[in-house]
Write a new protein. Structure first.
Length: 50
């Protein structure tokens, strides 16, 4: 679980760097989609635990 949180944090930082560097909007959209997918997975993992 801790590894997933760390990976999600790293992806957020990468997304921020991409946005700041003016990366192509496709890359930013792709990263946002990945982040949303990770968030949904975390929520479903919590539901399984409870």
């Amino acid at each position: 679980m801790e590894k997933k949180l760390r990976a999600a944090q790293e992806q957020k930082e990468q997304l921020k760097l991409l946005a700041e560097s003016g990366a192509g909007s496709e890359s930013v959209r792709e990263m946002e989609a990945l982040e949303k997918d990770l968030t949904l997975r975390k929520e479903s993992d919590r539901k399984r635990i409870v």
